[in-house]
Design a protein around this ligand. Sequence first.
Ligand code: SF4
Length: 364
Amino acid sequence: MRFSKDIEKIALKIINGERISSDDCLKLLEHNNLSEMFYLANIIREKRYGSFTTFSVNRHINYSNICQNKCLFCAFRKEENSKEARRLSIDSILKIVDEIRNYPYLEIHITGGLDPNFSFDDALTLVKKIKEIKKEAIIKAFTMVELDYFAKTSGLKDVEVLKRLKEAGISSFPGGGAEIFSPRIRKKICPLKIDGKRWLELSKKAHKLGIPTNATMLYGVGETEKEIVQHLDKLRSLQDETSGFMSFIPLLFQKENTPLKKLREVALAEQLKLYAVSRIFLDNIPHIKNHWVMSGLKAAEIYQWCGVDDLEGTVFEERIGHEGGAKTPIGMTKEAIEKIIKAANRIPVERDGLYNRVKKIGAA
Ligand code: SF4
């Protein structure tokens, strides 16, 4: 393939398996020839995973939508006295887990708001009791934002919080709460939330204890291309130190029911480019995952040709993106996910919550 003059050298680096710089990354984000970008991202994707796209059978559980932070982009959060406030008891969560206990290779994904009535002890009890119901379940629970809250409210040191969760049965931590690290944007959209430095610090501590995590980036909230590169660069630098991130998941801002409705829509072409450039730049993060809940099902097919090798799983019941107006189903069957993968002419492979492949489903 002949590349445009301005990215010719960068393209050569990518083809030769060399690392690209932050300046290169910015050039790619500013470059408008999408087919070149997709081609380059796909080389890396196929070198690593061939035509396989993985997914997991997972169940999302949001224990509470009551939150002390007041992030402006969040339609999920409710005030304690609101009619829509919803806090699940530990028993009701255990009932949900009990109903799905027969799924093999189940991943349980638990997150919630910073709820003063959900303590660190509750978190530990919940994890231990889920393990009693399904010992082999992989529990991915509590973002860095919640972990910071547990440390503050329990008075325990970070490492103690992380260790106790690990002993209780946590397998990994989800990547939410990173938003975009830019202090300029955070000041506008989530002034009360922990800053990017703290998010990275907790991720590092988790990695050092041998607990893998994911990384995310919220986009469509007024960020510049430079701020995207800075975010990606911070993730790549930490990963060089710890190798603890399993995947990177770009999250498209869902603006319905938020005061940020006036922010411009991100064109599909820009979204696809962001995935492709992320795949190219984050050479040390194994997986690029598409969260179909927010990006849409049709786009999920295309992403698999723009660097994505992993799709969000069955989910069963997603609340956070849907409160923000996501038009996708609140959950999907395994067959429906396989259909999206096959429609993209890729081969679906079920994985567990730690990215171990469990079986090949069938050829596309
Ligand atoms: S994004 Fe998280 S921390 Fe922010 S208000 Fe929503 S639930 Fe709370």
